[in-house]
Design a protein around this ligand. Structure first.
Ligand SMILES: Nc1ncnc2c1ncn2[C@@H]1O[C@H](COP(=O)(O)OP(=O)(O)OP(=O)(O)O)[C@@H](O)[C@H]1O
Ligand SMILES: [Mg+2]
Length: 608
């Protein structure tokens, strides 16, 4: 996607986004302006008909009926014409809107796809979908309906001014004053900051309510299991009641202003009539003055619709600007920079050099997830990361395939900074099995094929066998062609994990990052996964994270991570002898094993 930096805000940005289909939009606006202009014609025609009647009031036989018929046709014709022109304007604006919507959706989707993988772990798919779908649709509605309205409405004051002051400027002024007053009242209601506060509160409350609803539905099984129905329904109920109360207050707070506005705009003649009465005495030509008065009263009815529309447009544009701001905040997340001169590497050791990394930009260094991490995972060797929960192990793992970029320091593969390696190539040399296993709603075979799109069916089967999933896949209704997650086919955590391992086996990348690959497994499954992993790990540079210390005991190098730092480094035996952090962890671990498994581990405990 084009890297246009969105700088403009609100309405200007809205027009910028909407103005991609300039030709159509300009045609639509021009047609809308003509339509509004033409829509005044019937009132003027009717005025001339009345004038004819008034002039020949004493002698109706002298009425120029042909002239009046012509005016009648003109009134009817222009009324129909205005509708047709408006229809054409809307057709152009809809075409522009749909095309804009289509293009924007493509662009935003492409942009989302180009963002670093880390962006996707931080943003739920629900939120992204809302941003892209809802806001672009709002924009579509705006371009399709409001833009021509706005064009028409802006043209109208000009036409109104001209028309109002043609016959009698005093009556013109009398018509104008209530319109200005009505808008003044609206401005006062919007301008005191209350409206803005309400608007934001409204969005926030809506969000709360949506979240509570999702939570309620998601947690329904837990709620039932713990017999919490009434309690948890209450919190959901409260949020809805609160929102209801808030919305009512919100509406009521605008009640007075809104009523005043609508009353004034709809009854401009009420302000004109007293003026007519006041100045009638001083009129030189009564007939002329009477006619002008009639005109202003008739014309005042023509003012209500467009001015009301204009008012709604301004309210709606605030809402849309908010949506645009949300979309732009997403556009502001930049894809990771791709190097101009990509390098490759023939050696697959992974080294961290004084890496500092924070999930939040601009964060203090003390709260960084990684704070000066340096180590080398040798080519073809197994390097294990151990440490307490939240110490930064997964963060280290995620930085290797460049889910995020480091803030300071560097990560190198075979001596080359990963920022100097092309994204595709990096992906091809790093395989990973992470804590959060993700399977697509596709067949088992397709899910494994993600590892290597060009693999044959035989290769998929071989990978599945090596990953110890062949047995359970065979038992699925359509074997390897069973679509995961549909028709009641659900896999256990361990099974899902083994499919992801099969994917990694098929990919056969020289560097392998395994984060808690056995996390879901029961003892039998764990053994199977271990088997699968040992197959996968052959001759690879492996970086493995495991809570069960027994799984990493044989590693070539063990790194102990704590609070974003490497606090110990070495082989199992050496670390035990050092009597430091690792030996305490080991004692705790075997102590726990002792407690659960009994005899076999007691010997291990005694030996150490
Ligand atoms: N996506 C994220 N956004 C913000 N902070 C994060 C994110 N992921 C992790 N963190 C924070 O970074 C720190 C390190 O987390 P990390 O997931 O690396 O720990 P870990 O050692 O893998 O823990 P565990 O053993 O529980 O998996 C924690 O303080 C965590 O809260
Ligand atoms: Mg982790």
């Amino acid at each position: 996607m084009k890297q246009e930096k969105p700088q403009k805000k609100g309405m200007a940005r809205l027009l910028e986004l909407g103005a991609r289909k300039k030709g159509l939009i300009v045609s639509s606006c021009v047609l809308a302006v003509i339509s509004v202009t033409v829509s005044f014609a019937p009132f003027i025609a009717i005025y001339y008909i009345i004038r004819e009647l008034v002039i020949h009031f004493a002698d109706l036989g002298a009425l120029d009926t042909a002239y009046m018929t012509k005016l009648g046709w003109l009134a009817a014709g222009s009324a129909v014409g205005a509708i047709l022109l408006n229809f054409l304007a809307l057709m152009c604006s809809h075409l522009a809107a749909f095309k804009t919507q289509y293009e924007l959706k493509l662009e935003y989707t492409a942009h989302i796809a180009s963002l670093p993988l880390g962006f996707h772990s931080a943003n739920s798919t629900g939120r992204l979908r809302k941003i892209v779908d809802e806001n672009i649709e709002k924009l579509e509605g705006f371009v399709a309906h409001q833009l021509p309205d706005i064009a028409g409405s802006f043209a109208m004051p000009v036409i109104t001014l001209v028309v109002l002051f043609v016959f009698d400027w005093r009556l013109g002024l009398a018509s104008l004053v209530p319109i200005i007053a009505a808008y003044g009242i609206q401005m006062a209601a919007m301008g005191d900051g209350k409206s803005k506060k309400f608007m934001k509160q409204d969005q926030d409350s809506l969000e709360d309510m949506n979240n509570a609803a999702v939570e309620y539905v998601r947690g329904i099984s837990v709620v039932k299991a713990f017999n919490q129905t009434i309690f948890s329904f209450r919190s959901f109920h409260d949020i809805i009641t609160n929102y209801g109360r808030f919305a009512k207050n919100y509406t009521i707070s605008f009640e007075k202003h809104m009523s005043a506005f609508m009353t004034i705009i709809g009854h401009v003649y009420v302000f004109v009539i007293p003026v007519i009465i006041l100045i009638a005495g001083g009129a030189d030509d009564y007939a002329k003055f009477a006619l002008a008065s009639v005109f202003y009263i008739v014309f005042s009815f023509a003012l209500a619709t467009p001015f009301t529309k204009l008012m709604y447009v301004s309210a709606l544009s605030t809402q849309i600007s908010d949506g645009i701001a949300r979309m732009d905040s997403m556009l502001a997340s930049q894809p990771l920079t791709e190097t101009k001169n990509p390098k490759t590497t023939a050696e697959y050791s992974v080294s961290f050099e004084k890496v500092i990394f924070s999930y939040m930009s601009g964060e203090e260094s003390e709260t960084a997830a990684l704070n000066g991490v340096s180590f080398t995972a040798g080519q073809g060797a197994v390097t294990a990361l151990v440490g307490p929960s939240g110490s930064g192990k997964s963060t280290i793992a995620h930085l290797i395939p460049r889910f995020y970029d480091v803030n300071e320091g560097a990560i190198k593969i075979g001596g080359t900074d990963i920022r100097d390696i092309a994204g595709d190539y990096l992906m091809s040399i790093v395989g990973f099995v992470f804590q959060d296993v993700f399977l697509f709603k596709q067949s088992v075979a397709d899910n494994i094929l993600i590892g290597d799109k060009n693999a044959s069916r035989e290769q998929v089967l071989a990978a599945a066998k090596a990953a110890q999933c062949h047995e359970f896949v065979e038992k699925l209704p359509q074997g390897y062609d069973t679509v995961i997650g549909s028709g009641g086919v659900h896999l256990s955590g361990g099974e899902r994990q083994r499919i992801v391992i099969a994917r990694a086996i098929l990919k056969n990348a020289p560097i392998l990052v395994l984060d808690e690959a056995t996390a879901f497994a029961d003892p039998e499954n764990e053994q199977k996964i271990q088997l699968a992993l040992s197959e996968l790990m052959k001759n690879k540079t492996v970086i493995i994270i495991a809570h069960r210390l027994s799984t990493v005991r044989g590693a070539d190098k063990i790194l102990v991570v704590d609070k974003g730092k490497i606090v110990e480094e070495g082989r199992h035996a050496a670390l035990l002898n050092a009597n430091g952090r690792y030996s305490r962890m080991w004692a705790q671990y075997t102590g726990a094993m002792d407690w659960t498994l009994g005899k076999t581990e007691v010997t291990a405990n005694v030996r150490n």
